[in-house]
Every structure is written in structure tokens, then in C-alpha cells.
Design a protein around this ligand. Sequence first.
Ligand code: BDP
Length: 323
Amino acid sequence: MTFKRKLLLAVLPFAFSLSMPASALDIKFAEIHPAGYPTVVAEQNMGKKLEQASNGEITFKMFPGGVLGSEKEVIEQAQIGAVQMTRVSLGIVGPVVPDVNVFNMPFVFRDHEHMRKVIDGEIGQEILDKITHSEFNLVALAWMDGGSRSLYTKKPVRSLADLKGMKIRVQGNPLFIDMMNAMGGNGIAMDTGEIFSALQTGVIDGAENNPPTLLEHNHYQSAKYFTLTNHLILPEPVVMSKTTWNKLTPEQQVLVKKLAREAQMEERVLWDAKSAASEEKLKAAGVEFIAVDTKPFYDATAPVREKYGAQYADLMKRIDAVQ
Ligand code: BDP
């Protein structure tokens, strides 16, 4: 090796370390939703701010569209630190951290606004803390808004009776199977990515979700009836692997929390716009929005609130009291 080349090799690492911090912490963020979805956009903006504010000590890369796996798989990867951050529906957290199921109960919130007030306040923080203090090895930082969930089906549901015997996909949480069965349907759990073909092949007769998911995951191509039951209003925690969290300096931890909270507030503005636009697009694509009296659905699910809610009686009173 020539002297010049030796010198170059010796100098290179220094040149590199001048432009890049010695040990940048790389954050891979997993999302089931596609690029452009409100959660994805708000999380990417959070990532940009994080990179800037940390002077490159933290790098951030978004993996949208479920490329890193289903929410269940990604949560498992986050627990071991293979994925550093993700946002998941609270629905799939319930089976692992039962304390969060209080938010997963049908009709526990009066409406969407009520849910927002609750997650912004002390109860919202308490539920995030339950996740953080569980055996889950995750730190729950903030809440994304996933709107209200209603039924969408291949044949119209205009009353509770119409739902009888229909196979309806729910998220993998026994509470939701009980909920769907209590409404007369037949609850079937599967991952988000499986719904599209299950609808096409007739494995299921419908599912339940919000208009942006119905649109962006293309379920509307098979399910043309959207029945406004608004039975679930599930907020969605943004979590970081505790393994990653423990590598952050205390200042970085404060920064991550602050930016996640900013993303919480930013996403809901995007959410409202996206919901309205989705409804328009779905209608234009031939989806019928069906207004129903929700009282029979509320009454039918009373046993589910009794079964799962008994342990949260005080908390439910506090949720009710939030104006
Ligand atoms: C959407 C949530 C997403 C869930 C999906 C589902 O935003 O996190 O994975 O529902 O039901 O509304 O699987």
C-alpha cells in the first residue's frame, strides 16, 4: 500500500466523524397505513423535527404500508428493539395490557370530541402510563386519532336485525369478538392486511372501521354499505421500544415526548380533513352511507360493558364526567 493511500485510510474515519455524530441513533418507524395517511404525515413531521433538534444524533425513517409487518408483529419487534417506534390501534394492545381495554369498550365515549378531551387530559396520560409500566417493554408517548368505527358490509345493514349471522372482521381482541357477537354478527379476528382478500373471497361479509381506512385499504371495492353505528372510538398510541428509550439522554427523552405530543395535535387536524374527503370519495365510488338509530346497538352491547367494564367502574365514571 502506498503511503498516500495509507494516509487516506487513516484520515477517513475522522473526516466521517466530523460530519456525522459518532453514534447516531436510528429510528425505524413502522406504520400499517400508506404514505399520505394522516398518522403517517404527522409522524414523519415529528421525525423531521427530531432529526433537526437532535443535530443529527437521531435519524428517523418511516416504513409505511405495513412493509415491516402487521401491527401485532411490529409490536413484538418493538418489544425487542428491532423496530424502534410504531403507532398501533389500542385494540391490539388490549390483550397484552388489559388495563387499556377501558378505551376499547363499545360506546364508552359519548362521541369523537369526548374521546379527544379524555385523551388530552389526565386519563389519557394514565392509560399511556399503563402501557409504559407494563411488561411490554414499550414507552407510550402520545395518542393519534383514529376517528369512530362503524360497520361496512357487502349487503346493507339498516338495523340490528340485518347484522344477524354476518361474518364481520374485528381486530384480534376477545373483547371485540364478544362485542360483534353481542350485536348479532359473527366476529372473526384477522390482521388488517388480510381484510381485502377476505372480503373479495367471501371469507367475511364485512368489517368495521373509519372512512379513511375503508378508502385507503381499498375495502370499499367489495363493501359498498357503511352503517354509521360509531360503536368504537379507539385512540392509537405512539410507542417507542424501551430498549431504544433507554439509549436516549434525558434531554432527548424530553424532546421525543414533546414532539410526539405535537404530532398528536397536528394529526387531528389532518384527520378531520381526511375523514371529510374520504367520505366524499367513497360516496362518489358508490358507497352508501346509512344512518341508523344507534340505541339498539348500544343496548345490545351492554353485557360487554358489564363483563369487561366491572373492573373499571371508577374510571368509567371519570370518563363520563369529562365534558
Ligand atoms: C385502523 C387503525 C389501524 C388498525 C386498523 C384495523 O388506524 O391502526 O390496524 O384500523 O382495524 O383504523 O386493523
